[in-house]
Design a protein around this ligand. Structure first.
Ligand code: ATP
Ligand code: MG
Length: 611
């Protein structure tokens, strides 16, 4: 079996949206094997594509399909996409990209509930932001399932005429009882023996609004004794008086999802219909339906095939649109794009990059059995991506003032000494790192934890008599500290050691055991820093029907006023940085302003989750 052509890393490592995940060769998986085998056998080689979705006649009039395979991502536009959807997007669009195919974005809007254009727009944004496109050689493969209602109705009539469907007037309760269960075969409905003529008349009455909502349904006529309960004459059309966002009041009957979905795939000439494992039991009906409709000449052959993969379960995370909506509407978070949310908009605002999410999807792979992925895997992917790209900068998150008591004497009163450090410690080959500029003077901000009056064993930072380097600045020697009436340290005191400035000859003659981060009082800028932690304390917040609200982490957000070096204050929204020693931070895409910098903690420097 051949390996897919290797994806290359984008030329510009600083680019925000790479064309492909930065792995040289993708590991194989069962979906790749199925596709490669289909390509080898030419399973779909003779398909035609008329440029738009349609029935057998429509496609037959088209050209040989230039797309070697067709996949689709079919969200219901009833919420914002989350990290689980991101996995599905990466799989569907990624496989199409890797095998000369095309991936459709299809809004599965067959449920006549009010669609929100807010959701539609956000889904499109999220797919594009992840680095994918539904535009292929000038063709926009963006579809909505409700455009196929006309065909779905026609197909239902065809099934009735061929004796494959009937109108059932049993009550919901009767139908439930007569369906049987795992140990008990079902019982035929008294309406099951109706003739096609009778069924057609009844079905048209349903369509014409002559019957109450819920009074009857159209059912496929398959096998009430099937060991697979989904094959015991599933309902395929129901009466529901609801105004649809696309088709208005044209219809008072709507197709069931299990009926609509295979038809949507077939009309769009999908070859590999990839879905999550919970649809496995639906596959026999998927195949049954498409075989019947191909037989009667309505759908092009060969029909699409469904393959199931394990959904993403991520520890400490909820992946259900409905439950995420509850967090938003109950104001447990600030919105769908709250940086603690596992939505794609939330991850983006948190500082996640498209490359990191693509790498994550590659790394967790595609399997056929459910498992939990540790949240640290996602964090690791972001860290890896930002390690090489994010500019470094110093920020003091819990500041206390350090006064260099001999500064005026040795450096000159009020003197500010310019300092510089590279923004990237490992710039790409042949490229010079950008340089950050800042100044040091008599007073600087340091982290409160970098001074200990009585140092614990092994402490290497500031304590009376010890020398450290102010990173990128001078070696200093601690002399003590001033305290207020409550014993709280108000200022740390030190002296500067002349001729030790970083990068100058002889700077290393005075040896120190530690270099600490700092920001000048003269040029430091106040910034709001939002320190995020996991949203839930329970690794499986909603497992086994648990009330996930109960395990919300009360400390998932702490806001601090930090002081940052001037290069950080110049950030543009979405710019990502490594605050040295603290972690990776992003300038908040909504609230960050030049005059009031706001940063979000994206991820710490190393995994702290296990601790
Ligand atoms: P939710 O329960 O969050 O509403 P859903 O499955 O109902 O999710 P859809 O909009 O129907 O949401 O999903 C679109 C596609 O995304 C489907 O093909 C679905 O299988 C896939 N998907 C949804 N959740 C996950 C997940 N956690 N992991 C992988 N794929 C997922
Ligand atoms: Mg759904």
């Amino acid at each position: 079996m051949s390996t897919p052509s290797p994806a290359t890393t984008p030329a510009n490592p600083a680019a925000n949206a790479p064309a492909a995940a930065p792995e040289a060769v993708k590991p194989s998986n069962f979906l790749r094997q199925i596709i490669e085998s289909d390509l080898e056998k030419g399973t779909y080689a003779n398909r035609r594509w008329a440029g738009t979705p349609g029935d057998a006649a429509h496609q037959a009039a088209g050209e040989p399909d230039p797309a070697k395979i067709r996949t689709r991502f079919p969200p219901e536009p009833n919420g914002y996409l989350h990290v689980g959807h991101a996995k599905s997007i990466c799989i569907n669009f990624g496989l199409a990209r890797d095998y000369g195919g095309v991936c459709h974005l299809r809004f599965d809007d067959t449920n006549p509930e009010k669609e929100d254009t807010e959701y539609v727009n956000s889904i499109k944004d999220s797919v594009q932001w992840l680095g994918f496109s539904w535009n292929n050689s000038g063709e926009s493969n963006l579809y909505q399932a409700s455009d196929y209602f006309g065909f779905m109705y026609r197909a239902a009539e065809a099934l009735i005429e061929a004796g494959h469907a009937y109108v059932d007037e049993q009550t919901v309760e009767q139908m439930r009882i007569n369906r049987g269960d795992f140990g008990k075969p079902g019982v035929d409905s008294p309406f099951r023996a109706r003739t096609p003529v009778e069924n057609l008349a009844k079905f048209r009455e349903m369509r014409d609004g002559l019957h109450e909502d819920g009074s009857m349904v159209l059912r496929a006529k398959i096998d009430m004794a099937s060991p697979n309960i989904n094959m015991r004459d599933p309902a395929i059309y129901r009466i529901r008086r609801a105004t649809h966002h696309n088709t208005g009041d044209t219809w008072c009957i709507y197709p069931m999802y299990t009926y609509a979905h295979p038809i949507e795939d077939a009309l769009e000439q999908i070859t590999h219909s990839l879905c999550t494992l919970e649809f496995e039991d639906q596959r026999p009906f998927y195949d049954w339906l498409l075989e019947r409709l191909t037989e009667c000449g309505l759908l092009a052959s060969p029909p699409p095939r469904q393959y199931e993969f394990a959904r993403l379960n991520l520890t400490y995370v909820i992946t259900s649109k409905r439950k995420l909506a509850q967090l938003v509407y109950d104001h447990k978070v600030s919105g769908w794009d709250d940086p603690r949310m596992p939505t794609i908009v939330g991850l983006r605002r948190r500082g996640y990059t498209p490359a990191s999410i693509q790498t994550f999807a590659e790394r967790i792979g595609v399997t056929k059995s459910d498992s939990w992925i540790d949240y640290s895997t996602l964090e690791g992917c972001l860290r890896e991506d930002l390690e090489l790209k994010a500019h470094r900068g110093m920020a003091v998150l819990n500041p206390v003032k350090l006064v260099l008591t001999n500064w005026d004497e040795v450096m000159g009163a009020g003197h500010l000494e310019p300092c510089a450090l590279p923004a990237l410690p490992h710039p790409p080959e042949g490229v010079d790192s950008p340089v950050r500029h800042f100044t040091i003077g008599k007073e600087v901000w340091i982290e409160r934890e970098d001074f200990e009056e009585a140092p614990p064993k092994g402490y290497k930072r500031l304590f009376p008599g010890n020398k450290v380097r102010l990173k990128g600045g001078y070696v200093i020697e601690c002399t003590g500290a001033n305290k207020d009436a409550n014993g709280v340290i108000t200022e740390v005191l030190a002296t500067v050691v002349p001729d030790t400035k970083s990068g100058t000859p002889g700077a290393d003659t005075v040896k120190v055991k530690a270099a600490i981060t700092w920001v000048g009082v003269a040029d430091g800028v106040n910034a709001e820093v939002r320190m995020y932690d996991r949203l839930f304390l329970d690794a499986h917040p909603d497992a086994g029907g648990k009330d996930f609200i109960e395990s919300l982490n009360p400390n998932s957000l702490k806001v601090v006023t930090a002081i940052v070096e001037p290069s950080l204050a110049n950030a543009k929204p979405d710019d990502k940085f490594q605050f040295e020693r603290h972690g990776y931070f992003v300038a908040d895409r909504i609230d960050h302003k030049a005059e009031k910098p706001v940063f979000n903690l994206a991820v710490g420097l190393k995994d702290s989750w296990g601790k």
